[in-house]
Design a protein around this ligand. Sequence first.
Ligand code: F6P
Length: 326
Amino acid sequence: MSVKRIGVLTSGGDAPGMNAAVRAVVRTCLYHNIECYGIRRGWNGLITGDVVKMDESKIAHTINRGGTILYTARSEEFMTEAGQRKAVSTCKFLGLDSIVAIGGDGTFRGARALSKYGINVIGIPGTIDNDISCTNYCIGFDTAANTAIECIDRLRDTMQSHERCSVVEVMGRNAGYLAMYVGLAVGATAILVPEKPIDFEQDVIEKIRQARFRGFTHYMIVVAEGAGKATEIADKIHEAIDMEPRVTVLGHIQRGGSPTGRDRVNATKMGYLAVELLLAGKNNRIVCTHDGGFTDVDIDEGLSMKKGIQQMEVDVLTAMTGLIDK
Ligand code: F6P
């Protein structure tokens, strides 16, 4: 299978480090004398032919930029057969034989659909949610986590001064990886994630009571958006104890900002590997990373995998937010 012209796109929610991945794809193409086209606005760009020829100037000064220079979208049309056929026509018209798609599960389902029409596809995991099962790391997670940690550290200052309780809602869609990581990093009083069943009295109220009993005067409750709404949790705390928690929904702040070194380097390696995989004749694969090593997995296999929060993380969470009998 010969690779002559590669298209690269970003799809789904943006994530810091996507630009570094696009840059790596373009640079690796240039290195191998392969033409590269940027497809704008995710799969929609492939339907409408919204493309730009990539060269060094297009990716200059992008490794440190958050967001995605290619724009992104969640395309409903591409999920239909008619939309996919239009995208295939664009590929044929432009001579694109291969596509590198950077995004999450939805992006990979789109890539898999395209590969059924004979286009070579490689997926790169990019989402702050870190919820792609076949890889233990997704581009953007590190930056988003550090942004949230910095915000909560600031919040802690004012909560401490006023001796208050704070309920902070962290993104993650249906997954709690981001909230769990952030909660541990800020030393939260309680961390609520969708992967762990919640006993409100035990997991929140009792933890605040215990902390108060031990002399703490401010309390930080971190909740994954998939585990509940911060406003409702604050109301329930107010009903149960004489406290008026302040609510902070970090929201899209977590998705912006210059990527951390870890995100830049992982994105660069993944972008490089995606092109190398295509050149090696591989198709319908997702680039993954485990324990510092990089590998690839079949998209169907990758999409059918499940990942949960590891038992050790649950144990650490329990120990870090639990009662210390003295
Ligand atoms: O998947 C990334 C993510 O930021 C989720 O954490 C969040 O639930 C969702 O996207 C928000 O989507 P939107 O940008 O459409 O509001």
